[in-house]
Design a protein around this ligand. Sequence first.
Ligand code: TXA
Ligand code: MG
Length: 323
Amino acid sequence: METLRLADDEAGLARAAALLRGGALVAFPTETVYGLGADASDAAAVAGIYAAKDRPSFNPLIAHYASADAAFTDVVPTPLAEQLAAAFWPGPLTLVLPRQPDCRVAEITGAGLATQAVRVPAHPLAHRLLQAVGRPVAAPSANRSGRVSPTTAAHVLDGLAGRIAAVIDGGPCAVGLESTVLDLSGDRPALLRAGGVTLEMLLAHARDILVPDSADQTAPRSPGQLLAHYAPRLPLRLAAETVAADEALLAFGPPLPGAGAVFNLSAAGDLTEAAAQLFAGLRALDTLGQSQGLRGIAAMAVPNREIGCAINDRLRRAAHPAK
Ligand code: TXA
Ligand code: MG
């Protein structure tokens, strides 16, 4: 299969919507990362996502909608869900809620769970695409399972060219990290994945959020968070205070001297800019480091506050891929 590269204009959108309605796989930009879309109500189309990504079938997918009203026809919102939707949708927040009895989303999308993750993305192109499709769209990050998430159309093609029908090229993603996943199906809200909507932002609405300790393997978390993730091919060393000439440096703020290659997440030490650059930086140093025969990537520390928590979560996973 040859993968079409579609422009982010009316013709590209119309083509993408028609492909999705016909059961094909189409990658598209969201404000977080590129998603690999399929009609979430079409079990065969969704099965194609798992196959194209080599994704384990027990790892559930998020259904995407053009509006909160549309999302809440498929899942049962709680009062807190409605409050958070009003505050953060469209935007980088995913809510896990019980499925409605007449939920349109195929069971395979939620990996057979009683809950379904739903999100209303803020990217204008994603919004127009979802409106044109008129059905829930299942979309994991558009990378091969376990690899670094894509923030450009070129990243998508790196992993999925020849395996999907098309990708819409909408330029780089603004947030650069996946959405925050909050489980509202239990007694207390549980943060399953740190992301674009920070814990600080959520705490303004709900004070009793369960936050899993990243070291505690028994804490509540998404099925997907147990897996190897975001793995560059070169080994990654965290909180580096020095760097060797045969290492690549992922810098934050003024770079450490002496590295064989440098990618600066944010020279100014800005966390939002660093989040947007993280996956592109890991990919760039991985490629450069391998071509220059470097032995690994050293990452400087990033402050653990606001979106820095999500950056550190992704860096820890990249450093310790659970094989
Ligand atoms: O920003 C994002 O969320 C991107 C864009 C494309 O929207 N999508 C994304 O999807 O990151 P994915 O599949 O790469 O990550 C979804 C995460 C996984 O960790 C999965 O296990 C979790 O959400 N998840 C999905 N449905 C769930 C459910 N019903 N219960 C618990 N966790 C769930
Ligand atoms: Mg992913």
